[in-house]
Design a protein around this ligand. Sequence first.
Ligand code: PLP
Length: 401
Amino acid sequence: MTDPFRRAARIATVELSEILQISEAAAAMKKAGRDVISLGTGEPDFPTPAPVIEAAHKAAQAGETTYTATVGTLPLRQAIAADCERVNGYRPETSEIIVCTGAKQVIFNAMFATLEPGDEVIVGAPYWTSYPDIIGVCGGKPVVIATTAANGFAITADQLRAAITPRTRWLLLNSPGNPSGAVYSAAQLQALAEVLRDAPHVGIIADEIYQHICYVPYTSFRMVAPDLADRTLIVNGVSKSYAMTGWRIGWGIAPKRLIEAMIAVQGQITSGASSVSQAAALAALTGDQQLLAERNDDFRSRRDMVQAALNATGLIRCGSADGAFYLFPDCTATFGKKTADGTRIEKDADFCAALLQTEGVALVPGRAFGVPGHFRLSYAYSRASLTEACKRIARFCQSLS
Ligand SMILES: Cc1ncc(COP(=O)(O)O)c(C=O)c1O
């Protein structure tokens, strides 16, 4: 008999992401009494700022508990426009802004609103694990460009030119990048913009969600290529910068015709984002911004500490990562070696599995991001956890023969 709950073809290959699988495995080990340090998930360990929580509380008490406009509240969209001008130097119209339930939904809405079956979306690897899945669920085909550590994990102009076909609908850029931590310089973005000027059928999604976690001068794609604004979607939100992952507020800035198509999609999925969360995001954008710099400094010093400790193992090569709160080191020097119990390490997943089993440190294998031979480590954890994790990773490396 045919199962009425059989999966539709469009989601046949979509599984729980490896990141979530590892977090769940680590949580299960912890529950069973093991001392586990999980550096797997990508969320800041800082609390949501107290005034933001206060504002949400007040909004709920004042009756801001009903549906909002699908596109988002006007005060929040005005605050996003002002924030964009302050931070990036351009001010979008409020009609060019949509508020969504997290930055993830911004990308989903745009893909769902525009992709025809088989349309191509160019993505650089390593990529955020959700990109190919979102593209696939929306009927598109991810076209993956392999970037290298030597190139700072950035797509080059030549690679982009070679990847564009008549079926290309979007280039999906992410800077600072998850998982690489790579930040595109103005010159690198300019070189890509040059290629895109010759490809007027290609839209650009610039996922700038980690913009405020960045240790080098930051350039928004929109600023290097204002002439391409008519086909650019900027993605941002409060999740990472203000430590508000659970509040689920992100936004897109794009020409009105795309915003309208995204509203059509969102109107049939979630409608407007949570009213209380929108009030919270408004407070975040209009409140004290000093904390962004303070938290950024803190992340930077944790990065320095972990990077140095990993390189000191002699078996892990950890290059620079100028933003986000991830390192994406190379662990290929451990391949061919054996753990104390005789397990042979042949690939990144073996390295991560053996490390979790023997030392209780959870990391995510690079294959989850399209680049095997590496692992992703999130340093958005306490210094004590990071210090202990580094000690265990070093001990694990020493134990290999
Ligand atoms: C590159 C990137 N874009 C978007 C998101 C999603 O952000 P949000 O939690 O606001 O949906 C994430 C979250 O991990 C991310 O790493």
